[in-house]
Design a protein around this ligand. Structure first.
Ligand code: ZN
Length: 544
């Protein structure tokens, strides 16, 4: 007797093989049979004739670790077939210190949640207590480790500090982190030198971890940034993932084929390098990211003080027009103020500028666009403003998407039109990444077969981060299953109206429980905190 049988579907098993007609049986939280099951008895039998039955999708950069605590529906993910997300880019849920929690107190007050944990065991306990539709697995953020030990200053760690940092990585890997993740384009991570990252990556690798990176540069200096990833992979002997692979900035457009070739040759030379991306030409990050990172040394208060000082402000203005480090900087990469759209503000008083570009805001204020950026950052009083930057070119995005070792991400936390984040603006990738690849790119543009797209979204991702019992429809695997209609699957979210769930998904099951039924969420919250390959149960950790 099975708990669930999905009958007569088109099985796309995650391997990339052609679809075939068959049934999938589930008992408890596991898939127990796949193929022709005849009239097998089951508590629930669902006829999925004509629909695609695939492994649940894995979001390689999810960002829902806090969102899930605030709204455990994580609706924007489930409604595009995502059942597991991988998170922890730069910042992560652990380690936390009392001082770091204090820094988050305004955000906690605004969104009504509490950081009661200090390590990964504590976070997972909190997540599972509050429930979640989907599974969450996390890396240790290298930024987070640096913040906990070094703070926000632009300096190298002392040898005892570095030893403390590697010990934290060891501890969190044993608690089930997937590896080490850097976000080197942002302060204070940008203050880290490669040697520091190699030391931390070695600690992650001792426990089977992976190194993932939002690289130091994604534009003019992308070759150097890739070389740094390769060096870390080689010297720490660790697999590496290039996060949200892109070529940013008009001066670099058209370079994706050479970037892909460079990674291919590193792979051919014996390095284990892969990547992931979201299927859009605009990036999303904070508005302050367009300001040179040295201005943030010491933290937010230091940044605000520098912006208030006329001389420093003039220097920052000049450097944004003409960066001194040989990059274009986010401002130029977006083609100036017209390419930067404000999508979310922290202070309610700034709500009128949401949905407008920096060029529009500057024109209305009869002010210069860069000065306008400074004034908005000052107006937020130490909180982040969300912005969308028009930095990519469509042929580059498609070239990466067609590459067999490039997985998929949303790079956006779970949101819902009627949830607490529904009044904040968003990037359409939050709701649409996976559906857009299946519908727009695979079916409508015919860039690759559906089976190729599903493999990128499932087994490629699972195997990369060591979640070996997910990402395939096979007996013994976790029963994370997404059922959709290949003819109608589509993304609906746009830059103008991002809060629109994707369509075409009939059912989503997480750990054997139905969480989506024809576009509607059920009451089930079967999501778990998933642990990486280095996980050691608390009782087996012993003295170290
Ligand atoms: Zn990033």
């Amino acid at each position: 007797m099975y708990d669930l049988v999905l009958k007569n579907g088109w099985i796309v098993d995650g391997s990339g093989n052609p679809r075939y007609r068959g049934d999938v049986a589930v008992r408890g939280d596991r898939i127990v049979a796949v193929g022709f099951l005849g009239d097998a008895a089951a508590r629930e039998t669902v006829d999925v004739r004509g629909l695609i039955v695939a492994p649940g999708f894995i979001d390689m950069m999810g960002q829902s670790e806090i969102n899930a605590l605030i709204d455990n529906r994580v609706l924007s993910k489930i409604t595009q077939g995502v059942t597991t997300e991988v998170t922890g880019e730069g910042g992560s849920v652990a380690p936390l210190t009392d001082r770091l929690v204090l820094d988050d107190s305004d955000v906690m007050k605004k969104w009504h949640y509490r950081e009661d944990w200090r390590d990964l065991d504590g976070y997972v306990a909190q997540l599972e207590k509050q429930g979640s539709t989907l599974n969450i697995a996390t890396f240790v953020g290298a930024t987070q480790v640096r913040l906990a030990v070094v703070g926000k200053d632009d300096r190298a760690p002392t040898p005892p500090e570095l030893a403390h940092m590697t010990a934290i990585v060891d501890t969190l890997m044993q608690q089930g982190a997937l590896g080490l993740w850097t976000a080197l384009e942002y302060a204070p991570a940008s203050y880290s030198k490669t040697d520091e990252l190699i030391a931390l990556a070695k600690a992650a690798r001792r426990h089977g971890g992976v190194y993932a990176s939002h690289m130091r540069n994604e534009g003019i200096r992308i070759d150097e940034a890739l070389n740094e990833v390769f060096r870390i992979a080689r010297e720490a002997n660790i697999p590496a993932e290039v996060s949200h692979l892109k070529v940013a900035g008009r001066r670099s457009w058209g370079r994706m084929p050479s970037v892909l070739a460079k990674i291919d040759s590193a792979r051919a030379a014996g390095l284990d390098i892969t990547a992931d991306q979201y299927p859009y030409t605009r990036a999303a990050t904070s508005l302050d990211a367009s300001i040179p990172t040295w201005a943030e040394s010491g933290g937010w208060d230091s940044l605000l003080a520098r912006l208030r000082d006329p001389k420093t402000r003039a220097r920052l203005h000049a450097e944004m027009l003409q960066p001194t480090d040989g990059t274009e900087g986010f401002y130029n990469e977006a083609g100036g103020g017209a390419g930067i759209l404000i999508t979310g503000v922290f202070q309610d008083s700034l709500r009128p500028i949401q949905g407008k570009t920096i060029a529009e805001i500057a024109a209305a204020r009869h002010h210069d666009p860069i000065e306008t950026i400074f004034n908005v950052v000052l107006g937020e009083g130490g909180h982040r403003t969300d912005a969308v930057y028009a930095v990519m070119d469509e042929p580059d995005v498609q070239a990466a998407m067609k590459t067999w070792w490039v997985a998929v991400n949303t790079d956006f936390g779970g949101v819902a039109p009627d949830g607490p984040f529904g009044t904040q603006s968003a990037h359409p990738r939050a709701y649409g990444s996976f559906a857009r690849i299946l519908g727009h790119y695979s079916r409508d543009l015919n860039l690759f077969p559906l089976e190729f797209a599903v493999r990128k979204m499932t087994s490629l991702a699972a195997q990369r981060v060591g979640l070996y019992d997910r990402g395939m429809l096979k007996p013994g695997m976790a029963a994370d299953i997404t059922v959709f209609d290949a003819a109608t699957v589509a993304d609906k979210a746009t830059f103008e109206q991002p809060h629109q769930p994707s369509v075409g998904f009939a059912y989503v099951f997480v750990n054997g429980k139905k969480v989506l039924d024809h576009g509607r969420l059920t009451a089930a919250r079967p999501g778990r905190g998933l642990r990486g390959p280095g996980y050691v149960p608390p009782e087996a950790r012993g003295g170290r």
